[in-house]
Design a protein around this ligand. Structure first.
Ligand SMILES: Nc1nc2c(c(=O)[nH]1)N[C@H]1C(S)=C(S)[C@@H](COP(=O)(O)O)O[C@H]1N2
Ligand SMILES: [Mo]
Length: 523
């Protein structure tokens, strides 16, 4: 029988091989748990986005090939990030178990593997766009704690040492203690993250009344019968508003800590605090936001009342130099987007936004400050958590999604959607209400037409809207007298008289197109 003479030669030769492996694997997994727990705790103090799992996940998100990313968004939708984090967690658990097993043969090898995992965290943390010198600290201290725990567990749970110390009870105490330490540090870290969070900063924000309020909504919106059968409401509830962001965790930006730098091709660099923005005369407008990833008939579109300071006035104060044609916006999480200066300054309600539907921006929608520019897809206009505006040129810079194959400019295409009836609905013969929404921000909608079974296009009734920057609802009474299968299609005409194109296009590179349609059965 071998004895534990020095580190690495300490396998308890008298325990069954399987059981020894099991203990080794468990030691490894619990040590990794402690790594993540301590990492979370340190991140809670230093910076929430620097927690080891989060930072590695974020680094993966920004490095995966565009095709895989599109696949993940298509397949897992809003759960794509949960799937990613779970995958990383499973990988880490497996590697940690391996480290534990290896450590029983050679401590240095097992601990080395923990160190290597820590190094991945350090590298990911150091290369994040919001990295500070302290960002690697959670991974460094977490890996240190994990390596220490693995060393202690491996040595103490070795056969002779364990028997000398009291056997299985001792084993339970050591492993259980590590588990408790992991849970306690992780829990405390999580608590710190929530209490430092932007949420309490947001709770303290009092928005001023708009100097230029949104006009009251016209009468005749939201017809009760159409709403009851499934038509989208004109105003989108904040809780129902779609969300698209590349950030793995919602950036945690306190209004007190926020500032915006305006620089580049300007006469005067500006720096604004949150209070500076609130002190300005603010404008409130209904604006429909649309995502370039929206498929024909999709739901990545919504309408809200936005409160903000006009970008044109801000840029006027900075003094845009000749030759500039792009506003390059950067958010705290490193996301960037390119807005054509022409659209940002042509008099439309392009704004530095602080309020959504009468409240401070929700964290998910960019608290404390984001951009909204009517008429442009979100990826080239609606920068959330914006902290930097550089006036520059399309010839000199490209933004996040442009680097991943999407167009540098993204004017919104005219689109229309059928909300009711739903596809594959079985309908009773007779009068069938058809209804939906149509949008062509900043051109507006002048007409909507519906056709059944590729017959003649017939005019739908277009309900009023707040402005050419929002969608409108439409309704159409279909006399569905013939039993059988039918296809209903819709198309819109924008405010300039240009009909929506029938050319079918996928969202990439500059937005989907083609007619939305539903297939229904009349019985
Ligand atoms: N910082 C940041 N801003 C962002 C994004 C992002 O990923 N990160 N996504 C953009 C995209 S693609 C869209 S469509 C809109 C969505 O805004 P919402 O999530 O408030 O609906 O935000 C834009 N602004
Ligand atoms: Mo988007």
């Amino acid at each position: 029988m071998r004895t534990a003479t020095h580190t690495g030669e300490n396998a308890p030769a008298d325990a069954p091989e399987g059981k020894r492996r099991g203990t080794g694997a468990l030691s490894g997994v619990l040590s990794a748990g402690l790594t993540l727990g301590v990492g979370q705790l340190v991140a809670g103090i230093v910076s929430p986005s620097a927690a080891p799992l989060v930072v590695v996940g974020a680094a993966v998100v920004d490095r995966v090939p565009a095709g895989l990313k599109d696949f993940a968004i298509r397949t897992f939708g809003a759960h794509d990030k949960v799937v990613l984090l779970a995958t990383i967690a499973v990988l880490v658990t497996l590697l940690a178990a391996l480290a534990g097993v290896l450590a029983r043969r050679r401590l240095a090898v097992g601990v080395g593997l923990v160190g290597a995992l820590g190094l991945v965290g350090v590298l990911a943390a150091a290369t994040r766009p919001d990295a500070t010198p302290l960002s690697p600290l959670p991974s460094v201290l977490g890996a240190g704690a994990g390596a220490y725990a693995l060393t202690v567990l491996t040595r103490r749970l070795a056969g002779p040492a364990l028997r000398a110390a009291g056997g299985p009870r001792r084993r339970a105490v050591l492993l259980g203690g590590t588990a408790v330490a992991a849970a306690a540090t992780g829990g405390a870290g999580q608590l710190l993250v929530t209490t430092r969070s932007a949420e309490d900063s947001r709770a303290g924000v009092v928005l001023p009344a708009p100097a230029d309020p949104a006009p009251p909504l016209p009468a005749g919106l939201d017809p009760a019968d159409a709403l009851a059968s499934g038509l989208t409401t004109y105003a989108t509830r904040t809780a129902d508003f779609y969300r698209v962001d590349t950030a793995l965790v919602v950036p945690d930006v306190r209004a007190e800590d926020w500032s915006l730098r305006v620089h580049g091709l300007v006469d005067r660099e500006l720096t604004l605090s949150f209070d500076d923005v609130l002190a300005m005369p603010l404008r409130e407008r209904w604006i429909t936001l649309t995502c370039v990833s929206n498929e024909v008939g999709g739901s990545y579109v919504g309408t809200a009342r936005w409160l903000g300071y006009p970008l044109a006035e801000l840029l006027e104060r900075a003094g845009v130099r000749a030759g500039a044609d792009m506003l390059y916006a950067t958010s705290t999480d490193g996301f960037t987007l390119s807005t054509p200066l022409a659209e940002a300054t042509d008099g439309r309600d392009a704004m530095l936004v602080v309020g959504m539907n009468g409240e401070p921006l929700p964290r998910e929608h960019g608290f404390p400050v984001r951009l909204v520019v009517p008429g442009l897809y979100g990826y080239v206009s609606a920068c959330k958590w914006v902290t930097d505006l550089e006036v520059t040129r399309f010839a000199d810079k490209t933004a996040y999604w442009t680097d991943r194959g999407w167009a540098a400019k993204g004017p919104i295409k005219t689109a229309s959607r059928i909300d009711v009836p739903r596809s594959f609905a079985k309908l009773r013969a007779g009068r069938v209400p058809v209804a939906g929404v149509a949008w062509a921000q900043h051109r507006g909608i002048s007409a909507v037409e519906v056709r059944v079974d590729e017959g003649e296009w017939r005019p739908a009734k277009v309900l009023p809207s707040a402005s050419e920057d929002t969608w409108c609802q439409w309704v159409y009474d279909w006399d569905a007298s013939e039993p059988g299968n039918h296809t209903v299609q819709v198309r819109a005409v924008d405010g300039t008289g240009e009909p929506q194109t029938d050319v079918v296009a996928a969202p990439i590179p500059d937005g989907s197109s083609g007619y939305d349609s539903v297939s229904v059965t009349v019985e």
